[in-house]
Write a protein that binds this ligand. Sequence first.
Ligand SMILES: [Mg+2]
Length: 421
Amino acid sequence: MIGAIIGDVVGSTYEFNNTKNYNFELLTPRSAFTDDTVMTMAVAQWLMDDPGHHHRTLVDLMQRFGHDYPGRGYGGRFAQWLHYRKTEPYNSLGNGSGMRVSPVGYYAKTLEQALELARVSAEVTHNHPEGVKGAQAIAACIFMARAGYDKSDIRAFVKARFGYDLDRRIADVRQTYHFDETCPGSVPEAIICFLEGNTFEEVLRLAVWLGGDTDTVACMACSIAAAVYPVPNELACKVFGLLDDRMRDIVKEFTLQCFKRNGEHADQWIANNVITFDNLRLTLNHAAKGYRQLITPHTISTLHPGEIFVFGSNLAGAHGGGAAAVAMSKFGAKWGVGVGMQGQSYAIPTMQGGVETIRPYVDQFIEFARLHPELTFYVTRIGCGIAGFTPREIAPLFSAALGMTNVALPMDFIEVLNNNE
Ligand SMILES: [Mg+2]
């Protein structure tokens, strides 16, 4: 979702003031979320609230959100539909269906489900075949990107299924492009931005530089881009700051629910930066029930009292890089101390030779953890960074820690250990 929201917010300044400059200012004092973000929230809430995913609940939610966030640039007929609380669709082929659909792409378990939910999410208002198609195309791109299909597969599928012309370059398209808020006049272009850009920011810049309905094209393009590219942290933080608490909660909750459903985060940036460490850990443990095993989060940025960051070090205690540098800057590791507890961190040296030279230090750590049930230890992927070992080599050293209630292990260590059993 954060991708869609960033696209909307960045594009908002340029919708009626297209930029000729590719290196435009991403955020200006006037940048704000618009209808694209509001309706994206409604769809996310719908997916969470109504397991049956009925039309009626979506209509209610969209009208409630529209009421609660007035004046956000709703299109004419959509504004009437909101205002008069109509319940019938009005055969629109506008890109409103594509701008709000992205949560579907992150929520779906299969491509078929993505297409089906996209159809329902569109046809409450945009029941014109092109309106439905636009939503389905965006949702399919997100799902396929998440599922690891490469761009050539995505391009081929979208061309075959929806008949969009994706063999164009944005630099060429923009020569004659004009404001077009229909699906067929903006969804293919948004997909091309995704296909052409090599980073999240490139996709975003291409979409806004294209011109036209910039907030919506950028919203759609970036909703796909966020499925494969890291979202720039500073930009995401600023945009997240422009939302209100209710919206931020929806994004967090939706991210967690997608994790529970699919074992992956709908939004890596949200998971790493916004969901509190406690929440994330709890969710990971629920998701991994059956392991009965604490799992170390992918990124640890804060610790509560009694939580210990376990990292790979060297005997000299030169904590210059990788997790060691994090331990030093955030969790009290001391320069020159290569082994054991220091602040809220615990060092296990991994740089002194083969795997067998690490074993005694891991044994010593496990013994220490046993003696300190009041502490919870988060073992990071020690030895698998600068030291150059693989989880297959390192994980077996921790077999005695499997099932200890106060030791979290990285997911890929747990996988190795479970396969070895
Ligand atoms: Mg808008």
